[in-house]
Design a protein around this ligand. Structure first.
Ligand code: OGA
Ligand code: ZN
Length: 396
């Protein structure tokens, strides 16, 4: 995480330190205790917004009944007491009284500003040996599904084996994890070498590491590619962890990282009925400076005409980034055989393929996209049903 931005964010939790506990400070203050011994008063409005009683919140939907902008900006705590262990009772200066579970407040306070409350990404490089390969089942048990989701959320991909090679199966797999995102290519797309291809993916040429559809807003979050037939020797699938490559650049070539994170690149797709463009930086950061998404497609990127010095720096930085993406240090390769399906995070991972000779035999994949937030939602729901949130790592 970028320390400069982090400091300006001024978050109690940005340091990554989990709060240890709460205590009453002089009966009109609730105070958060941190591991380094520091104490931080909890803002009265932050607390007021978290009242969970029936007057403040619709209990069923957990949605607030009042507009919190109407709360008194000078709100104070008139009285804080601890009626029993782990429970705090608070009287606010607007007359409202509420009870809080310390565990709830501590869990909320521990959430980092960019937290998804899900397993954190575990960055990987070309030495990744144990690929997350699992046997597909249309009706997995909850624990099995949780394990698949955990692999997907940490590594950014999972390979299912034994997916029926019936056309359209990819949509069924996708539907288990999220809502399908149809595009101008349809709800699913066929990847095979065809004459009159509308995209280079539909030829036999190799595809360098790329993210799909950077010209769309928003980009399709997750991609699934399902192999129905592969009778060629080529056409190996490639994957690289764009977050790992960006992180390496950040550590080794800071100026290159900065220019890739701050240059809006125009991506463009055009065919007879469609014309899409989007301007995004190849490395997209969130407001805390953490990696948010990679947008990279050497077939489709067009940088605006900046001053020569800036362009010079940009082209050098792009080369550094691309060289790493293509190098075995960061890239893994594997063959998708019939029935194999790879599902990957299109905001984090870059994918590609080696070339193949269509004269050897057919190669036919079917692909689809689903929204980025499906697997995270499913993960939280399964964890809630299992009844144990505490043992799951939170993303920083
Ligand atoms: C694609 C793509 C890879 C492959 O269709 O977007 O990258 O293995 N295909 O053909
Ligand atoms: Zn692609």
């Amino acid at each position: 995480m970028d320390s400069t931005r982090d400091a300006t964010l001024d978050s109690l939790v940005a340091s990554g330190q989990r709060p240890l506990g709460l205590k009453i400070g002089g009966s009109t203050e609730l105070t958060l205790l941190k591991a380094d011994g520091s104490e931080h008063p909890v803002h009265p409005l932050w607390l007021r917004e978290r009242c969970r009683d029936a007057a403040s919140m619709d209990v069923k939907t957990q949605q607030r009944l009042q507009d919190p902008s109407d709360f008194d900006l000078d709100l104070r705590l008139l009285m804080v007491s601890q009626p029993s262990a782990g429970v705090y009772r608070v009287r606010f200066s607007d007359g409202h009284e509420a009870t809080f579970a310390a565990a709830d407040l501590l869990a909320e306070a521990a959430l980092a500003p960019n937290s998804h409350d899900c397993p954190a990404p575990r960055l990987w490089d070309g030495t990744l040996a144990d690929l997350p390969r699992v046997q597909w089942r249309a009706d997995p048990a909850a624990n099995e599904l949780l394990a698949w989701l955990e692999a997907f959320l940490t590594l950014g991909f999972v390979i299912f084996e034994g997916v029926p090679t019936t056309p359209g199966s990819v949509l069924e797999v996708g539907a288990l994890f999220g809502f399908t995102r149809a595009t101008n290519f349809g709800p699913l797309f066929n990847v095979r070498s065809t004459p009159d291809a509308t995209d280079l993916a539909y030829t036999a040429v190799s595809l360098d590491p790329h993210t799909d559809n950077p010209y769309r807003t928003p980009v399709p979050g997750i991609q699934l590619l399902h192999c129905l037939v592969n009778e060629t020797h080529g056409g190996l699938s490639t994957l690289a962890d764009g977050f790992a490559v960006a992180q390496a650049l950040r550590e080794q070539h800071r100026a290159a990282f900065d220019i890739l994170a701050s240059t809006p690149v125009r991506f463009k797709y055009i065919d007879a009925d469609t014309e899409l463009t989007a301007s995004v930086p190849p490395i997209e950061l969130d407001v805390t400076g953490a990696l948010k998404a990679i947008h990279f497609s050497p077939r489709l990127d067009f940088v605006p005409l900046f001053a020569p010095e800036r362009l010079d720096a940009y082209f050098r930085a792009r080369r550094l980034f691309d060289q790493r993406l293509r190098a075995p240090d960061f890239q893994i390769r594997f063959l998708l055989g019939p029935g194999d399906l790879v599902m990957f995070d299109n905001c984090r991972l870059l994918h590609g393929r080696t070339s193949f000779d269509p004269a050897e035999g057919p190669r036919h994949l079917q692909g689809c996209y689903i929204d980025i937030d499906g697997p995270r939602s499913l993960y939280r729901v399964l964890r809630r049903r299992r009844g144990g949130a505490a043992d799951v790592r939170r993303s920083a």
